[in-house]
Design a protein around this ligand. Structure first.
Ligand code: DX5
Ligand code: ZN
Length: 224
């Protein structure tokens, strides 16, 4: 089943609770939270205190995408704040297996993310431990960037590997997902669609979440 994960990166941070509620009314079923530290990526956003506040306003899973160095150091804080899913970058983890175990030990769903220049096959040893794999379809750091078409082959490869290895991880895509790309990512195998600018960019989160999700569902039906 295809699901929409609105990314609050493009929301109005001063009206976060309302923005999240609107995206939820429009059919968003996971809230994607982009955590950036100014080191792993060239931007700074938010951390556990905002997750803790958000937790009071939504029951949807909070999908925390950690674009930070030393993620292990902060995993307990995200658990405490009420995060449900935590994804760490392959490129940021010296001991990826240990980081994924740590997330699970704290009662959250572990996930791994790869940058556009990282190959899916490098993840084979950990695919059995993750709730989902996140394919970055832009270089992480900013919302509103252009979708990198090569990402489609990574989504296809993940779908193929899941079948071959008999696993059940879900396939998530993040970056440049909008009306002009949504059918291609769904056809290629993405099931969790992160979208920031396409949902929040125009200031009509409910309307724009709904129309993007409708387009995704149409594509999923055609692909089935
Ligand atoms: C980028 C973030 C994304 C971002 C996507 O580093 O990980 O989640 O919000 O934004 P859009 O959908 O605008 O490309
Ligand atoms: Zn993200």
């Amino acid at each position: 089943m295809v699901e929409l994960a609105p990314s609050i990166l493009s929301a109005d941070f001063a009206r976060l609770a309302d923005e999240v509620a609107a995206a939820e009314c429009g059919g968003g079923s996971v809230i994607h939270v982009d955590v950036m530290d100014g080191h792993f990526v060239p931007n700074i956003t938010l951390g556990p205190p905002i997750v803790k506040s958000l937790r009071k306003y939504t029951k949807l899973p909070l999908d925390c995408h950690l674009m930070i160095e030393n993620p292990d150091q902060f995993i307990p804080d995200f658990a405490e704040a009420g995060a449900n899913w935590v994804s760490v970058h392959y490129e940021a983890c010296r001991h990826l297996h240990r980081s994924l175990e740590l997330i699970a030990q704290h009662g959250m769903e572990p996930a791994v993310v790869i940058n556009p220049a990282t190959s899916v096959d490098l993840l084979i040893p950990v695919l059995g431990m993750v709730h989902h794999v996140l394919v970055m379809s832009v270089n992480p750091g900013f919302g509103g960037q252009k979708f990198i078409p090569y990402s489609l082959s990574k989504l296809r490869r993940l779908k193929e590997l899941r079948q071959e290895l008999g696993l059940s991880y879900r396939i998530e895509v993040d970056g440049g997902v909008a009306h002009d790309t949504v059918s291609r990512v769904v056809e290629a195998g993405a099931e969790l669609l992160v979208a920031g600018n396409a949902v929040f960019g125009a200031g009509h989160a409910e309307r724009d979440a709904r129309s993007l999700l409708d387009a995704a569902r149409r594509a999923a039906k055609l692909a089935a």
